[in-house]
Design a protein around this ligand. Structure first.
Ligand SMILES: Nc1ncnc2c1ncn2[C@@H]1O[C@H](COP(=O)(O)OP(=O)(O)OP(=O)(O)O)[C@@H](O)[C@H]1O
Ligand SMILES: [Mg+2]
Length: 486
């Protein structure tokens, strides 16, 4: 086994050399990964650097040059070895034992200034033993879409990985779902962990309960460390994972996000969201909305996400039963629905402006939430415009006059007289009338915080991709990221 090196051919001042590297996965041993080499690219042009993440690494963006990014995240010169992680997974319901990092590797693990361990994982960095027939690459459009999804979800309060960098790599790629040849990129993902449900599933498939136990201890030690001293830490771990996943799905659903590929190799053992391929933010509230063109039966449709995540948690019981009693896991899983519904309710009421948890128990909020979903489901209203208009047009005058609610919005111009809208605005008004002036002000703030003005619906992503594809004009992309972060 090669020991990690951090003083390779790089300029000695590269700040990425001095990070707090740790070798948690490396020390687990080579049953879990293969050492690989990164591809050498004909060209390296930095297209995105996520300066917002640098302070978490203890770095000052002013001291980190674009060249430093390229050395670290295009040439992969500051840290070795590079580990292609081994995993399997259920894909669209079928078990696939031919997976693993086929176009990426774990580049490094770093302790953040917040005390948490983070992974730098790559995507589009070349072939590995798991590439099968693939080229090991990521399209530039794929990189652009993953950067945008992660920033958007982060703004919306979703527990998500982020992209640390995205570098154009100068190759022509051929893809069935993009006009080809298409440009290439390599991305570095900043995430809590790349250990997937499928990492455990593989160990069950190869009949290595010993490796399952070792990996589980590792996961608890690093990502569930508060459970480490508990006598029943394994059952508690599973139960907390159920709760973390239920919270994550509630966050996606409230954000109007359809992940699109909820295979078990895309489920993180930390309950964090990652891998943004054919995802979409829903244009309107449509339970059957399906994002991936190859999802013929709508298996991963918007409203199937909670059920699918529960199923994935259930499938994970198989490998984990090597260590955790099944009855304990059943007990843990039985909390999924309640936990999901409670979280979804809190998040949706926040989107409606209400964050005072003590009061939210009352029936009028329940009624309002139901009326909101009924209205959004039955009228051709954009899910995101409804909430962003609520935020931008909100006025304390709504308390005195129900007819003013959303009166400055296109929604009421089109639907003002509709019965469902009037019912909804009547309920909204009733809640406001029972509020003190201070609380009304808080509603305005909560609305702004919970509902970004810009949500990256597909036409918006295409509108920033077009100038890149046509004229290599990146300004609209950078402007969109600024807008998202506002
Ligand atoms: N162009 C490619 N070349 C080689 N392998 C690929 C390619 N695209 C996808 N794969 C492999 O196919 C499987 C499923 O791909 P998927 O798109 O879910 O993962 P990924 O996006 O490559 O990585 P991640 O899950 O870390 O985002 C993985 O094993 C992945 O490595
Ligand atoms: Mg994946």
């Amino acid at each position: 086994m090669t020991l990690p090196e951090t003083n390779l051919n790089t300029s000695s001042q590269n700040p990425f050399l001095s990070l707090n590297y740790e070798r948690a996965i490396l020390e687990l041993g080579d049953d879990y990964y293969d050492e690989v080499e990164a591809a050498e690219f004909p060209q390296l042009i930095l297209r995105w650097r996520n300066d917002a993440l640098l302070s978490r690494l203890g770095l000052d963006a002013a001291n980190v040059s674009d060249e430093h990014f390229i050395e670290a995240f295009g040439k992969f010169e500051v840290h070795k070895p590079l580990l292609a992680l081994r995993y399997h997974g259920y894909q669209f319901g079928e078990y696939n034992p031919q997976l693993g990092d086929g176009r990426g590797f774990l580049y490094a693990q770093v302790r953040g200034t917040d005390g948490q361990l983070y992974d730098f994982g790559t995507k589009g960095s070349g072939k590995t033993p798991y590439s099968r027939g693939g080229d090991g690459m990521l399209t530039l459009k794929g990189g652009v879409r993953e950067v945008l999804a992660a920033e958007m979800l982060h703004r919306m309060g979703v527990n998500t990985s982020r992209c640390l960098s995205m570098i154009e790599t100068g190759l022509d790629l051929w893809r069935g779902d993009e006009p080809s040849p298409t440009r290439s990129s390599v991305m570095v993902r900043f995430s809590k962990s790349h250990i997937r449900f499928g990492t455990f599933e593989r160990l069950n498939y190869i009949r290595r309960p010993d490796l399952i136990g070792k990996l589980l201890n590792h996961v608890i030690y690093i990502y569930y460390s508060h459970l480490g001293a508990e006598p029943d830490k394994y059952a508690l771990f599973y139960s907390e994972l159920v709760q973390r996943v239920a919270l994550l799905v509630a966050q996606w659903m409230a954000a109007g996000f359809c992940h699109a590929v909820l295979n078990t190799d895309n489920m993180s053992i930390t309950g964090e969201s990652f891998d943004y391929g054919p995802y979409a933010f829903i244009p309107k509230f449509d339970p059957n909305f399906t994002a991936a063109y190859f999802d013929y039966y709508g298996r991963y449709s918007y409203s199937n996400q909670p059920g699918i995540c529960k199923l994935n948690l259930e499938l994970l019981q198989k490998p984990l039963s090597a260590v955790i009693p099944t009855a304990d896991m059943e007990q843990g899983l039985s909390q999924f629905e309640d936990c999901y519904h409670a979280q979804y309710r809190v998040l949706m009421l926040k989107k409606l402006g209400f964050s005072n948890l003590e009061k939210l128990e009352s029936g009028e909020y329940e009624e309002l939430l139901k009326a909101t979903l009924r209205f959004l489901n039955n009228y051709p209203v954009s899910y995101h415009h409804f909430f962003s208009d609520l935020a931008t047009t909100f006025s304390h005058k709504w308390r005195d006059d129900a007819s003013l609610i959303l009166s400055g919005s296109e929604i009421t111009i089109e639907l003002g007289a509709s019965e469902l809208f009037l019912h909804w605005s009547g309920l909204y008004h009733k809640i406001l009338t029972n509020m003190a002036p201070d609380d009304i002000e808080k509603v305005g703030q909560t609305l702004i915080q919970s509902n970004p003005k810009t949500v990256i619906l597909r036409p918006i992503i295409e509108s920033v991709w077009e100038p890149i594809a046509q004229d290599n004009n990146w300004e609209p992309f950078y402007n969109l990221i600024k807008e998202i972060q506002n």
